[in-house]
Design a protein around this ligand. Structure first.
Ligand code: ASP
Ligand code: MG
Length: 493
């Protein structure tokens, strides 16, 4: 019998290898704007992708280079005002910026030309959109989406080229082919079932061939194929949408900070990275203005319990923060502190409101009418005062609407005042395991009292995963330092 063991072994080896390939778990990674901010950042991101692709099947989602989306929106606004030249000027600056990155990233002339042409096509589309807008002096939400999405359509081919240059197979893919959304331009909602079908259909064949798809973040399309965007900062959301649609093992958000911190390190020097927090805690922090994640980021992964990491692309050896269904419970229950400053306290009150049964109802139907986002509500038990907090941008029109609603009651002194105070801030103490631990509120408030921080209002969500208090804006730093110390957040947890 002729010996053919070698060939057979090769065959078996090949089969094993491709089985291995199939078994490789899937990771969806997202690179934020600063993580692809210039050529050296893009090269660093490419290296992270190439390293990961040795152990994982990888899908990378990419934001526009930092600042680019803002510039595009500026260009669209110039065009709306009829200033076509202003818009073209911005597009020209963006062309130079991407070309500079391209020429320092890609040494081979041929590849550089191919990518260069791709970028030119995208920019030409931008020019046409801005010319049309300038002509009509009208900027529809649909056109604004088309213009503001150009940044991702420029960065994805660049990163794909960098990944190929760093030694892995990478292919730029437009998210319009993957993520199906409703038609709410500027803040579209994904339709998960359809997205699942499309994303798997388009990406699985690439993954099976060992190719890393580099997907434009922030973008989706309606079932009819009209481009939409998911809202500012929406690339995080793109990553978790794809993570859920592809049954990923994990999602990693690569950004420019070490993860979720116990507090803002600019205010609290002892702030540290939290190793693990729960979905709820992370959402609570996102809501309260710790701008690590787009607020909708965790929605798609909750059901499948896919962990989401936040890691620093500038220090990829650091572990970052892992966001999981339960988080890891720590002794005191308090995980992190956050502060929102750009808020205004509105108060409606006077002794006369005690007898008016509908003041609360009328107050909040008024805020709803003017679409003010109410961040916190507190009513003193004497019922003399209802106070609530809105983003400062909403304050003026809320107060005007309330004065109109209560005009009659003001005239008859049933309602004595409707006032606003912009010099305040909300601080929130967040931790899912605070639930059931008595004394956290007491501990917080006596520490603040001891350190001379005056409390204006207090609220605890019924979820008990946050206690929020309102203080004067100038006391924020002290309040954070005091509570951070009181709950030992600088100690290892
Ligand atoms: N480029 C988009 C923005 O700046 C999306 C993102 O960066 O996540 O809003
Ligand atoms: Mg972002």
């Amino acid at each position: 019998m002729p010996y053919n063991g070698g060939a057979r072994n090769k065959h078996i080896l090949w089969a094993l290898r491709s089985m291995d390939e199939m078994k490789k778990r899937l990771q969806v990674m997202k690179f934020g704007g600063t993580s692809v901010g210039d050529a050296s950042c893009i090269a660093r991101a490419a290296k992270i992708i190439v390293d990961a692709s040795k152990e994982w099947r990888c899908v990378a989602v990419v934001s526009a280079m930092s600042g680019v989306t803002n510039r595009l929106i500026e260009a669209a606004n110039h065009a709306r005002a009829g200033n076509a030249a202003g818009a073209m000027g911005i597009l020209e600056t963006l062309r130079k910026q991407h070309e500079t990155a391209l020429s320092s990233l890609i040494p081979q002339e041929k590849e550089r030309e191919v990518i260069g042409r791709k970028l030119d096509d995208v920019l030409a589309e931008g020019r046409r959109l801005c010319e049309g807008t300038a002509l009509l002096r009208e900027l529809t939400p649909r056109t604004l989406d088309a213009v503001s999405s150009l940044g991702e359509r420029l960065s994805a081919p660049l990163l794909a080229a960098a990944v190929r240059d760093a030694g892995a197979a990478g292919e730029a893919v437009e998210a319009t082919e993957l993520i199906v959304t409703d038609a709410f331009h500027g803040g579209a909602e994904p339709q998960m079932e359809r997205t699942r079908g499309k994303a798997q259909g388009r990406l699985c064949p690439l993954l099976e061939k060992g190719i890393v798809p580099l997907v434009t973040g922030f973008i989706g399309a309606t079932p009819e194929g009209q481009l939409t965007t998911l809202g500012r900062g929406g690339s995080d959301f793109s990553a978790t949408i794809l993570g859920a649609a592809l049954d990923a093992h994990e999602v990693i958000i690569w950004t420019d900070v070490d993860g979720v911190l116990t507090a803002d390190p600019r205010l609290v020097p002892e702030a540290r990275t939290i190793p693990e927090i729960s979905y709820r805690e992370a959402a609570e922090l996102a809501y309260f203005g710790a701008k690590v994640l787009h607020p909708k980021t965790l929605n798609p992964v909750v059901q499948a319990a896919i962990p989401v990491w936040i890691r620093n692309s500038f220090a990829p050896d650091r572990p970052g923060t892992k966001i999981t269904p339960q988080g890891r419970s720590i002794g005191g229950g308090v995980k992190a502190l956050t502060a929102i400053r750009d808020v205004t306290l509105i108060s409606v009150g006077g002794p006369g409101i005690v007898g008016l049964p509908d003041v609360v109802g009328r107050t909040f139907s008024t805020t709803a009418e003017v679409r003010a986002n109410v961040l916190l509500i507190s009513q003193s038990s004497s019922q003399n005062d209802i106070c609530f907090i809105v983003a400062s941008g909403d304050a003026q029109r809320t107060v005007q609407a309330l004065r109109k609603e209560f005009a009659h009651d003001l005239a008859h002194h049933n309602v004595e005042h409707i006032t606003m105070d912009p010099h305040i801030a909300i601080v929130a103490v967040v931790g899912e395991n605070m639930r059931g631990i008595p004394g956290i509120a007491g501990k917080t408030f006596s520490a603040l009292g001891r350190d001379g921080v005056n409390l204006i209002a207090i609220a605890q969500g019924s979820s008990e995963s946050n206690i929020s208090f309102v203080i004067e804006e100038k006391a924020v730093k002290q309040a954070l330092i005091t509570t951070h110390r009181e709950f030992g957040l600088n100690a290892a947890n």
